[in-house]
Design a protein around this ligand. Sequence first.
Ligand code: PLP
Length: 438
Amino acid sequence: MSNALPNLEHYWMPFTGNRYFKKNPRMFKEASGMHYTTYDDKTVMDGVSGLWCCNAGHCHPKIVEAIQKQAETLDYATAFQLGHPTIFAMAEKLVDMAPKELTHAFFTNSGSEAVDTALKIALAYHRARGEGHRTRLIGREKGYHGVGFGGISVGGMSPNRKMFGAMLPGVDHLKHTHNLEHNAYSVGQPKWGDHLADQLTEILMLHDPSTVAAVIMEPIAGSAGVYLPPVGYLNRIREICDEHGILLILDEVITGFGRTGSNFGSDAFGVTPDIMTIAKGMTSGTVPMGGVLVKEEIYDTFMTGPEDAIEFFHGYTYSGHPLAAAAGLATLKVYEEEGLFENARKLAPVLEEEIHQIKGTKHVIDIRNFGLLGAVELNPIEGKPTARALSVFRECYDRGVLIRTTGDTIAMCPPFIATADDIRKVVHTVKESLEAIE
Ligand SMILES: Cc1ncc(COP(=O)(O)O)c(C=O)c1O
């Protein structure tokens, strides 16, 4: 493949400093297993699974083959009033893997669409049960639920919210659980902070619980910087929701599909949601796909009225797309046949041990880890938030390792095909890069 760069002018890149990128382009042209190849033929190890999604590594032959076959056989079929076999097989497989209470799958094309779909299901469910007054939604500070208007309304990252007006009405937010004084350098889940869940009761008392439809949160807040739930926190949130007939939506777009070492974060933390949102690892990042898993009772609530009437006025042209379904089904098989979640479980202690050795390196103020997720938080440069972490990103890239930054936090989440040495390489490169920057 040619090393020449294309015309960079006309593409408006998402979540990117466009002008900086176009002066300093970093482009990938190929990928295989743990590595990308850049347009100028350098090899870069993927320490972040693409964008928390390529859990089976890149261009896995079985997934590639399934996509190719599907493209030749059935390229597209609408999911409105019609079907194709692969998507039903995918739904069955997902339900098989999920906590047993979640029995039905709705398909979207991204995590953002999954979140907006989940919020709509929650509102419509209450209305169908005769509790249409339950309209409020509760999210959490530092939550990331994608970029749809629903997702940014319940999300808690101010840069993603501030430019876009008033967003959805009737949304409130819990405090986040990040606390350097009490939780810095926790190995795995922090022990301090379960009491923060009780703030949910305070919010409910303010609005009256009967006005609240759902609480949404990530089991581990990923995109904002890998913030772990304190021991007992999610269980307490679950209890409070149950006390008041409020649905709990767990957004497992990152924590799903083995990232925690279990099938889903809800398995790892022992908390079953009423609704779960998924995406990313669902197809190992190969074809866009998201989904919403719901409890039997929620599905059944919609299944009333004449049998041929539409029960839920919602869906996307590409819901259950054949290529995504084929990619998803092949991905879930690869996870199973190659024991990749087991590998993630085995590698988690390696990441834990290595990453906590970064403590004491200059600029570092916190280290967090769980499963194959790790984060190193840095002291920001005064007046230049995010600049220090970006320097580490560039330094790591030049040293041949891809990591991710958010704010002044560096995140690592390698594919599950990694070896222990790969994990060590990613973490050591972060350490060396920290030592090299100001
Ligand atoms: C927890 C969570 N929810 C939703 C999303 C949005 O997913 P997408 O970018 O596929 O729309 C993300 C993406 O990182 C996420 O981490």
